[in-house]
Design a protein around this ligand. Structure first.
Ligand code: 6CS
Length: 339
């Protein structure tokens, strides 16, 4: 299918959604789009959310996995416009809309311990208190943020230290702080939507990217890179939200059903994703035994850790008092949920 046919089909799909969504507040089919496949972590959350809503109400959830309605930026726009009722968009993309959401890209801010992370996202005041009004300002009701696993760098050449990233065009999600981060790591950051990553690596337009392990397997990124490197510098954060006008228009009972479904989906997903990194890494090794997998030593991580201070300063510069307050609270929340 050529690009103009694809664009036309997408336009038709969106037009038909818009047509049937005129009474979204009263309809009992709610549309939910996310950035991954049905079997990926966001899909696991979405399926549980759907199961809970449908078990506890007469409403139906229609799921739109990655690619069915466009890129991450497209599904956010459709949610803000009220065409979709729910969306999962990661701060990696939301950072350009809500600059404070870039806090999740300060390297080494988040721990790698997944149980700590599961407590942190559930209980954090920064997430559940301070971020809510920032999302609300963009017409979004923030329901949950949750972890998808430690991110690994995948490259065509070995990475043992920052200087190995010199001249590497490294794909990042489209937010300015991630660009700062990979600049500080010594690479040439290249912001791109997800759909351009596999082809970009295949044609050598880019030579590296980062993502959690399960995604490296499910999207076959291991086919177009030869080295997987864990520096412990970040965990992938994602967020689920509703269109705020739609949410505010629900009855108190329906709002409670949505909140309960979000809690159930969260609890289900944090358990699921804890084992995903290990099982999916084993699948990569089985599919490509020559893949070189490296966990950097403390020594090897030192230049990445040193770069973190520069990225944190850039975050404060970009977001001012509001970002500084969120960062401070988030650090306190991490300490409070440590055990
Ligand atoms: O790197 C990305 O763009 C994608 N990574 C994940 C794990 N989920 C969705 C996102 O589009």
């Amino acid at each position: 299918m050529n690009q103009s046919t694809k664009n036309m089909l997408k336009a038709c799909a969106i037009a038909s959604l818009a047509f049937t969504a005129t009474d979204a507040a009263y309809a009992d089919t709610w549309r939910y789009a996310f950035e991954e496949a049905l079997t990926d972590v966001q899909g696991v959350y979405a399926q549980k959310f759907k199961e809970e809503i449908e078990a506890n109400s007469d409403h139906e959830i229609q799921l739109f996995p990655y690619g069915t309605l466009g890129e991450s930026a497209d599904i956010m726009e459709q949610t803000q416009d009220g065409i979709l009722q729910f969306v999962d968009q990661s701060p990696g993309f939301t950072g350009s809309l809500i600059p404070e959401a870039q806090v999740f890209f300060v390297p080494y801010l988040l721990p790698t311990d997944q149980e700590h992370l599961a407590r942190f996202y559930r209980e954090s005041e920064a997430i559940n208190g301070m971020f809510k009004p920032l999302y609300a300002d963009q017409g979004l009701e923030l329901l949950n943020m949750f972890p998808e696993g430690e991110v690994a760098m995948t490259t065509k050449t070995p990475v043992k230290t920052c200087s190995d990233l010199n001249e590497v065009k490294f794909r990042v999600m489209t937010n300015p702080l991630l660009v700062e981060s990979y600049k500080a790591f010594g690479a040439t950051p290249t912001p791109l939507p997800w759909g351009e990553v596999y082809g970009g690596l295949q044609t050598n337009i880019i030579q590296g990217q980062e993502n959690p392990t399960f995604f490296l397997y499910s999207t076959k990124i291991y086919e177009v890179t030869d080295y997987i490197t864990y520096a412990g510098h970040n965990n992938f954060t994602t967020a689920v939200m509703a269109n705020k006008d739609f949410y505010d228009g629900l009855s108190a009972e329906d709002q409670q059903i949505v909140q309960d479904a979000a809690t159930a989906a969260y609890n289900h997903t944090v358990v699921y994703q804890q084992q995903a990194a290990e099982t999916e890494l084993a699948k990569i090794v089985a599919a490509k035994p020559e893949m070189v997998i490296t966990i950097l030593s403390e020594d090897e991580r030192s230049c990445f850790k040193e770069a973190a201070a520069q990225v944190e300063a850039a975050f404060i510069e970009m977001t001012g008092d509001s970002g500084a307050a969120i960062l401070k609270q988030l650090k306190a929340d991490l300490v409070a949920t440590a055990n």
